[in-house]
Design a protein around this ligand. Structure first.
Ligand code: ZN
Length: 55
């Protein structure tokens, strides 16, 4: 594996089997959260659900 030379930043989310998501990160900045559009949308939905219905 030689991921350091990858031309683009990929999503860091792990799939069910422990594999890395192959989606392209929305923000290539190493200090930013590296997550693809699809997973970002899932996280947003999760946060909204938690806020709306605490416990
Ligand atoms: Zn992803």
């Amino acid at each position: 594996m030689n991921a350091t030379t990858a031309p683009r930043t990929t999503c860091r989310v792990l799939t069910a089997r422990g594999k890395r998501c192959t989606g392209e990160a929305l923000d290539p900045d190493p200090k930013a959260i590296q997550i693809c559009q699809r997973h970002a949308a899932e996280v947003m939905r999760l946060v909204t659900d938690r806020k709306r219905a605490p416990r």
